[in-house]
Design a protein around this ligand. Structure first.
Ligand SMILES: *Cc1c(COP(=O)(O)O)cnc(C)c1O
Length: 426
């Protein structure tokens, strides 16, 4: 029986029948062969399920998407070429020029730029909100053309925890879906659908892959949002699509409408699909996700406690740490642990931070985060260097913030490394 999450990590998705490959095959093929012209025609009309061109769909990808879908408890999912593509598609599938959506300001820097700069050029407006505001204040940001609310379960890099209850109430009261980027928590530690989110996105590049080998993304739909009940807001799903003989996605595909539309329109036209080879690597990562997340959390908690007790350290943010500002939300939504990423500041600000980082021997300075090897970065001089001082503060990033991604090495070695590097700053 596949009832537990750890078993799903291994057995969901590819389910070989008698005599088939035990491991997921890589369908390294751009196209798929048919004997009948009529069958091919039906595929193009979305009258039949099947594969015809890897720009839209590929069996290797679909098996991996099905695994992530099962882990999240969704009804349909698709892989994308990156986490950026996943978040872009997730919004663009229901927003067009002239529309508006609301996003927490505490989100990944790349998403912040995508929403605030690039999508703005497409005529889609995003209002960033302080996620700690009470619901009555947040409501003031809704407009008649607001189409979605977006947040991150655990933010990259400030490691705050999203209040699902508050934001799902807010979104649903205004007849729009709640979209949540669940990259840092992974479904092992949090399943946003259980807390009212409608659509989940992932940068699979992080813990899901886990070994830093392939960039990728995923979108999962819970099937819970009733598009027809808010038909006037979502014409793309509730009115005929002329490019497919006038089908209406929400009518024809029911709970599968959102992902079918994203595949049939966005993948067809924009083609940000994950390479099947990368999907294969992702699947290998997923097979150990439950074991690795557990180890990341254990290590990160021990490291957070060590840093907290160090006289060289000014502050530590890690939601599993006793007394952390987000500890209550973490206990509620992520009772088994949050993730391996934590943020802290060393005494002496920017200069001391850089000296500390340059003296590390085991932990490496890297833009990457959330994989088996411990790494760290200084957002104000790396990932977020394009933001103004004001935007940095709005995103909760102080000049001394160091993002530490604790890997799955032996934790004593990690602490010894941090200790010797901290000793080098005066
Ligand atoms: C890395 C990341 C992204 C972007 O994903 P890519 O795979 O790098 O495109 C989006 N959201 C979060 C939370 C991330 O950490």
């Amino acid at each position: 029986m596949i009832s537990n999450l750890g078993t799903k990590c291994i057995h969901e998705g590819w389910k070989p029948s008698e005599g088939e490959a035990r491991q997921l095959p890589i369908y390294q093929s751009t196209t798929f062969k048919y004997d009948s012209s009529n069958t091919m025609g039906q595929l193009f009309d979305l009258e039949r399920e099947g594969y015809f061109y890897t720009r839209l769909q590929n069996p290797t990808n679909d098996a991996v998407a099905a695994k992530i879908c099962a882990l999240e408890g969704g009804v349909a999912a698709m892989l994308t070429s990156s986490g950026q593509a996943a978040n872009f598609y997730a919004i663009f599938n229901i927003c067009e020029a002239g529309d508006h959506f609301i996003a927490s300001s505490s989100i990944y820097g790349g998403t912040y730029n995508l929403f605030g700069v690039t999508m703005k050029k497409m005529g889609i407006e995003c209002t960033f909100v302080d996620q700690s505001l009470p619901i009555e204040e947040l409501e003031k940001y809704f407009k008649p053309n607001t189409k979605a609310v977006f947040g991150e379960t655990i933010t990259n890099p400030t490691v705050t925890v999203f209040d699902f209850d508050k934001f799902s109430k807010l979104a649903h009261k205004h007849g729009v879906p709640l979209i949540v980027d669940n990259t840092f928590a992974t479904p092992v530690n949090c399943r946003p659908f259980e807390w009212g989110a409608d659509i989940v996105t992932h940068s699979t590049t992080k813990y899901m892959d886990g070994h830093g080998v392939g960039v990728g993304g995923c979108i999962v739909d819970s099937g819970n949002f009733d598009w027809m009940a808010h038909a006037e807001k979502f014409p793309g799903l509730t009115t005929p699509d002329d490019s497919y003989h006038g089908i209406i996605y929400a009518e024809k595909f029911g709970k599968g409408a959102y992902i079918t539309k994203a595949t049939a329109q966005l993948m067809r036209d924009l083609g940000s699909i994950q390479a099947p080879q990368n999907a294969f690597y992702l699947n290998l990562g997923l097979e150990t996700l439950h074991l690795r997340m557990n180890q990341h959390c254990k290590n990160a908690l021990a490291v957070a406690r060590f840093l907290k007790n160090s006289d060289k350290v000014e502050w530590v943010h890690y939601a599993d740490l006793e007394g952390d500002a987000y500890s209550d939300l973490a206990k509620k939504y992520l009772p088994n642990g949050t993730c391996g990423v934590l943020a802290f500041g060393v005494k002496g600000g920017r200069e001391a931070s850089i000296k500390f980082m340059d003296n590390l021997k085991l932990a490496s300075i890297s833009t990457h985060v959330a994989d088996s090897k411990t790494c760290l970065l200084h957002p104000a001089s790396h990932t977020h260097r394009q933001l103004t001082e004001e935007q940095l503060i709005e995103a909760g990033i102080t000049p001394d913030l160091i993002r530490l991604s604790v890997g799955i090495e032996n934790v004593d070695d990690l602490i010894a490394d941090l200790e010797q590097a901290l000793a080098k700053i005066n």
